[in-house]
Write a protein that binds this ligand. Structure first.
Ligand SMILES: Nc1nc2c(ncn2[C@@H]2O[C@H](COP(=O)(O)OP(=O)(O)OP(=O)(O)O)[C@@H](O)[C@H]2O)c(=O)[nH]1
Ligand SMILES: [Mg+2]
Length: 316
């Protein structure tokens, strides 16, 4: 299924049904009391967190979501039926915005957010009896539903993000560390959307996201741009992956940090480790002196990956 991380949807809740004005009619009971029932509540539109979902694709397919209206109350104190609710299932990490103001976010499986509250049913005349008015001729109208246009944005939930230039071996590293089987190829921009993998240890499991490649000028829209970086905004730790066999590894590193800075300086404040990959291609592996923790690995041959995994498990 297509990975879609932004969608616009229209939601409309149902109006509440009107309360009823009615009087009891029975043989030999000349003046029965009021018996108008209440109107039903209008249906609401909900967004529901669903851990099985990974994309907002379905929301694109069905942008209009309308809940049912409440039925009007009837005589003999019969309630109107409530309107049908509508539940829209979304992946965990979904953010809901109304006119660019956040309405809420959905982080847990089964979590529900009211996107459009249904109208309230009106009360029937049976409610309005008083000592001075034994035969009320008034009932309430139901309140109207609401219509909204919502922007839905997905920010994947993961603990660790792998970032680097195209072809650095990010997907190969994800494959070496987790159960994920991402596409790997020798041309740049093989990965177009984030891939998720789970690193399981005895005590916990850590979700790792492999990102599309970043190139210099990405913040100006070069390559795939930096849009997808929002998916690592929630991570605790970044793996900055550098191809040590390519020319000037430190230059790659500076270029990446510079793009992060252009995107959001907060990304620079995240803890990170720097991983130099493809050491199998070199006879002599140069060492770099960085303030971050560094690792020298071959994701392809799985050399040095165990030490990295151990560090990640303890860091999370
Ligand atoms: N020799 C060697 N090749 C590697 C290593 N890691 C990855 N590669 C190769 O490098 C190429 C790119 O690997 P990917 O894992 O697709 O790289 P990526 O960073 O995910 O690339 P994009 O998704 O395009 O940004 C593939 O041909 C891999 O087989 C490594 O440790 N050693
Ligand atoms: Mg890739």
């Amino acid at each position: 299924m297509k990975f879609i991380d932004e969608a616009k949807i229209f939601v409309q809740s149902g109006a509440g049904g009107n309360g009823c004005v009615s009087f009891r009619r029975e043989k030999y009971v000349p003046r029965g009391g009021p018996d108008g029932g209440d109107g039903g509540n209008g249906g609401s539109v909900y967004l529901v967190g669903d851990k099985e979902r990974e994309t907002l694709y379905d929301l694109r397919l069905k942008p209009h979501n309308r809940a049912g209206r409440g039925q009007h109350g009837k005589g003999k104190k019969m309630y109107g039926r409530n309107g049908r609710d509508v539940s829209i299932h979304v992946p965990l990490g979904t953010l809901v915005l109304e006119e660019d103001r956040p309405l809420g976010e959905i982080l847990k499986d089964g979590a529900r957010l009211v996107a459009a509250q249904g109208g309230k049913g009106g009360r029937g005349n049976a409610h309005f009896v008083s000592s001075t008015n034994q035969a009320p001729r008034n009932a309430e109208e139901g309140t109207p539903g609401v219509t909204k246009t919502l922007k839905i944005v997905l920010k994947i939930i993961s603990d660790i993000g792998i970032v680097g230039l195209p072809n650095a071996g990010k997907s190969t590293l994800l494959k070496a560390m987790t159960n994920a089987r991402p596409r790997i190829d020798s041309y740049p921009f093989t990965t177009l959307n984030p891939n998720l993998g789970v690193l399981k240890s005895d005590t916990n499991s850590v979700v790792i996201a492999d990102m599309p490649g970043i190139i210099e000028g990405a913040h100006e829209g070069k390559g795939i741009g930096l849009q997808f970086l929002r998916h690592i905004e929630r991570t605790n730790l970044l793996i900055v992956l550098i191809d040590i066999s390519a020319s000037d590894p430190m230059n790659q590193y500076d270029a990446l940090l510079n793009e992060f800075r252009q995107y959001k300086t907060e990304l620079l404040e995240k803890s990170r480790v720097v991983v130099f990959n493809k050491i199998d291609l070199l006879d002599r592996v140069p060492q770099f002196d960085l303030k971050e923790k560094t690792f020298y690995i071959s994701a392809l041959k799985e050399t040095g990956v165990d030490a990295l995994v151990e560090h990640l498990e303890n860091a999370n």
